[in-house]
Design a protein around this ligand. Structure first.
Ligand code: C2E
Ligand code: SIN
Ligand code: SIN
Ligand code: FE
Length: 392
């Protein structure tokens, strides 16, 4: 059955598959890439990847064609996927609706009609089960063959490995993110009552401004990560200046301005893309578009883009929040201030972006604001606005 030609062909499929998925570190992108490829290679109609919830033991649909918005959870042992995870065996079912092992839970949600189904448990390096791969409805209306099982087993082994690596990477990324926030907190907790909120607001605002300016999500993400470090140089300022309740004297203000230079010194010669962006932000976030800012008085596009973006986010947030030296402004007052400074303090293109996202940005200052929800809704608005422009 398995001729030399088949073996050769399989090997080539596997190599291509391995190469394509090796370069994708993000877990969600990776799993959908794997799903698409497996579907294509097995000539199946759909593919679902369930991952095991390490705490509850449930399987949840991480990726499923036709199920982009919803998430299905399967209790341990239930359904074909649950049985595959429990037994550790591959399950091949020719006629799903007449098989007692099949549950129609997912079909009920998607309106899809599952005919046949091939379910493979995914194992990590220590042979523990991390999820289940389901391939649905062989395209030529035949059943999945033993050969299909073999191919899926090969692909599943590569996929499980890649998923495990991506999980490690995501853990590392969130640890890194936490470190950044904690570092930034040390610089700011002295002069602000609600430092964590301030930093998260700046992150969200910087991200949305970047997206509204048309930057790709990856670049916006870097600016989002870098922005909380903009005032890191304040660690070097004495309390007498940073915590002064009233207005600063001339010499005190001169001293205060040095936080940009200190920040640049702390972040100089960094290796990673986001710390290099953080350097540009720390150094340039008080420069003004017309050249009247500090520390260098550079102007226009000589000011790095990240700094021009974070500058708007920083001032808007500073105005909307209380400080030892000032009361909180209303979002509308702050809006007027920002727009009146277009071409003076701020890059007009960033101010345009700010006007676009302001209906969402102002929600950050409402009680119990949900930052993730605000971000999601704003991105949705930007995406549909983008589509309209393209169609016009
Ligand atoms: P910050 O409080 O985070 O403010 C960041 C920027 O937001 C300010 O940069 C300024 O451009 C804008 N901003 C904040 N509050 C107001 C305001 O009431 N009116 C206007 N027009 N703009 C405002 P700036 O001025 O370069 O200040 C940098 C940092 O210096 C501030 O960061 C704050 O930590 C400190 N600072 C500035 N002025 C005073 C002051 O009068 N007293 C004290 N204690 N600190 C001050
Ligand atoms: C199951 O694993 O029983 C559910 C299969 C499906 O509908 O995708
Ligand atoms: C002001 O209250 O207008 C000055 C405060 C600042 O610019 O940071
Ligand atoms: Fe600053």
């Amino acid at each position: 059955m398995s001729s030399a030609f088949d073996a050769e062909k399989r090997l080539q499929l596997l190599i291509r598959f391995g190469n394509e998925i090796a370069h994708e570190p993000r877990l969600d992108k990776l799993v959908s890439l794997i799903g698409e490829q497996v579907r294509e290679i097995l000539n199946a109609d759909r593919c679902t990847v369930f991952l095991k919830d390490l705490k509850s033991g449930e399987l949840w649909s991480f990726f499923a064609q036709g199920l982009e918005r919803q998430e299905i959870r399967i209790p341990g042992g239930k359904g074909v996927a649950g049985l595959a995870a429990q037994s550790g065996d591959i399950i091949n079912i020719g006629d799903a609706y007449s098989d007692p092992r099949f549950t129609m839970d997912i079909d009920k949600v998607t309106g899809y009609r599952t005919r046949n189904i091939l379910a493979l448990p995914l194992r990590d390096n220590r042979r523990g089960i991390i999820g289940v791969f389901e391939v649905l409805n062989k395209r030529d209306r035949t059943d999945f063959t033993e050969e299909d099982e073999g191919i899926l087993q090969l692909l599943g082994a590569v996929a499980a490995n890649a998923i495990e690596n991506a999980r490690l990477y995501e853990n590392l990324k969130s640890a890194q993110l936490e470190t950044i926030y904690r570092l930034a907190m040390t610089a700011e907790y002295r002069d602000q009552q609600d430092t964590a909120k301030h930093l998260r607001n700046i992150s969200v605002l910087s991200y949305l401004l970047s997206r509204a300016m048309g930057l790709p999500a990856d670049d916006a993400e870097v600016i989002k990560l870098a922005s909380p470090l903009h005032d890191i140089g304040k660690v070097a300022l004495p309390d007498a200046i940073l915590l002064k309740p009233g207005r600063l004297t001339g010499p005190e203000y001169e001293e205060m301005k040095k936080h940009t230079v200190y920040g640049a010194r702390i972040l100089t010669d960094a290796q990673s893309a986001f710390l290099r962006a953080a350097y540009r932000v720390a150094a340039g976030h008080h420069e003004k578009y017309d050249g009247t800012g500090y520390p260098d008085g550079i102007k226009g596009d000589d000011i790095p883009l990240e700094a021009r973006i974070v500058s708007v986010a920083d001032v808007f947030d500073a105005l909307c929040m209380p400080r030892v030296y000032k009361k909180a402004w209303s979002a509308d007052e702050a809006f007027k201030h920002i727009t009146s400074e277009a071409g003076r303090a701020f890059d007009p293109a960033v101010v345009d972006a700010f006007v676009t996202v302001f209906p969402y940005a102002r929600k950050l200052y409402e009680p119990e604001a949900n930052l993730d929800e605000i971000t999601r809704k704003a991105e949705y608005m930007l995406a549909s606005a983008g589509k309209k422009v393209k169609q016009a």
